[in-house]
Design a protein around this ligand. Sequence first.
Ligand SMILES: [Fe+2]
Length: 207
Amino acid sequence: MRKVIGLFPTPFMMTEGLLDAAMVDELRQRALSGQKEDNAGTGLLSHTEMIDPREEELFVDIARIVAPELDKFGELLFGDRLDWTVKEMWMNVLELGGSQFMHSHANSFVSGIVYLSEPHPSTRTVFMRNAGGNDFVFKHDAADEAVGQFNADRWIVPEVKPGDLVLYPSYLLHGVPPNRGERRFSLAMNAIPDRLKSFDYEIRFSR
Ligand SMILES: [Fe+2]
């Protein structure tokens, strides 16, 4: 009997329909009316200012709705029910032709995206396997190479609907390829637990 075990998998969680249509609409309006900053790499991608979710009622509500999802995902990551806080949120507006470079989120453990429009298939968020450190990398790049979970370099988020949430570990590289469709709206967030324990000491995070 042959058995294959996928060692050390990475959790990635999707929650469909987390925000209702009215809330998605309100966020889109807020994304367009708020103060915006062009992305350093392209004028076709803009971000709102960083939003402290304690300071605006709309985002207090979202943080409350996201909380149980965050607790569940945190439990997958660290094996315990920790007290999670969404420390910042911001929104992204991606115009036709715009893209977002591969990046990861520093000073955060769990990051999330709530889709505020149905992304054109060209702009599904792409997650990359770690691109390597100082080690040499060998791979078999042949035309007929079969790509599967053990040799793939990237993974593309499947079709999502407005209001859907995805959560992923903040260290994962991700980006958005060039938009060949309508304006794309998303809400992004970073979250931290209150503490991480190591036997007789704890690392604590506070504001
Ligand atoms: Fe990101």
